[in-house]
Design a binder for this molecule. Sequence first.
Ligand SMILES: [Cu+2]
Length: 528
Amino acid sequence: MHSVSRYLLAILLCGGAFLRVGAQCPNRPGLGTVVLDAYTVNSENGVLNADFALGQSVDSEGYTHYCFNYKAPSGYVESPTFRLNPGDTLKLGVKDIIKTDNMPAMKMDRPPSVCGDSGPMTVSSTNVHFHGMIVSPTCHQDDVINTLIQPGSPGFQFNIPVPAFQPPGLYWYHPHVHGFTEFQVNGGAAGALIVNGMEKVRPEVTGLTERVFVIRQQYLVPWIPGPYQLTINYHQAVFGLPLPIINMKPGEKQFWRVANATIQDFMPLQVQVNLKPVNLELIALDGFPLSEPRMVNTILVPPAGRAEFIVEAPPAGSSAQFMTGNYSTGPTGNADLEQTLGSIQLTTNADADGWQAPKTTSSTPPVVVDNVKFAKTNLSQPATTQRKLYFSEEFGGTNGPIQFYITVDGQPQKVFEADEKPAITTHVGAVEDWTIENRALETHAFHMHQIHFTVLEIDGKPAPNQDYRDTLEIPFWEGPGHPYHSIKVRMDFSEPVITGTFVFHCHILLHEDLGMMHKILILPAGTN
Ligand SMILES: [Cu+2]
């Protein structure tokens, strides 16, 4: 049977069959409490050594939690923030301690090769993708195609060398087992990874109080469109209930580093003071420092995107909120709803429990902007190859889309299969322009693994800002008589570390799990 059909059948047979068992995940913060940053683990002497274990719980409201449990001095915490310098190595041991007798017996294919544990990919298997990091797609680095960690196995060791040329900024990690990514990210298994040195490229942030906000999304049953909750550093943001509190000191500027770790929420972010959006100084997108800061009052961050910006404390006596706005994803998409993520409050005290947000300092090793990989991608030179790809959906009866495709123009539309051949083969040194159209009645979010791309055009017109992104929204098709929305991006495959097979896909995680993904193979230079 086709893997997607098997997947859907498994969902029908097992949907919602997560049992309440002994909690493996730490308690999450209560309503209306002060938002702190995640526990942070810093690299030391060029290495960051850490271990965590994937657990699973169901909370009193029925939400399934998945958690990367890390043993901090004060006890277990989930999803620590990892901070490294360019050139450091992340040595991350990962175990899976999920008790499988409580889990639905969904199975997908086996990976084409064994990396880590053998066996089928299931809702209880895991691995880790290091989103945005320019690291090799090989086993023990950032290989999501083959890497598998099975419950109860001794675990798996990731060895991630952060290149000296990695742009300083906010990245994130999350599970990426094909077919089941959505379950685990919906459950909250995702965290921030920061490459230090932003102040070397964007000195505007030097000395500012720094906040790291990871926004997650939880559905009771992730594959059924319905009510969902957003959380900010695991604090629930629910309309009508006490909101998370974000503390600022009067008159201060803070440097906010925000990751959209939702499974499908396109978030137009704003800070509103007395119900009006205020200017934010945008510093970086998707971990990549902008060539110049930009004053904006709304920052659209697609699922998996990151935005880093400077926020000024609101005037005393005002009402201030951190918000995401309404966003239409089209006739077959789910509505993304306005939600206040946090109430900004002025205080002169430490944030809570004696915790103080760190300040961005200049103590990290130098980051030379010219060394930031791809920042010097030659945009005036023609690409070596032009490609066209498109997103599309196929319908079944009256029940909405049932197949989700990303297709290289000229190839048959088909969903991802673990053992498929690469849809694109190219070589180190190629500089390619990809035009990606959205022919579906739903907005999609294009994500490229392993490298950033430069945004050249939007809807056939030069992009107002040629930003470096790893994830970008392409709005839905308005229907007959309307053109398809598109982006044209430059893929720079000049980095020899990026050799091998990896994937590109939609970052609406249900779409990815259902096969809106394909492989690309980068051969060494000089081969074709
Ligand atoms: Cu999609």
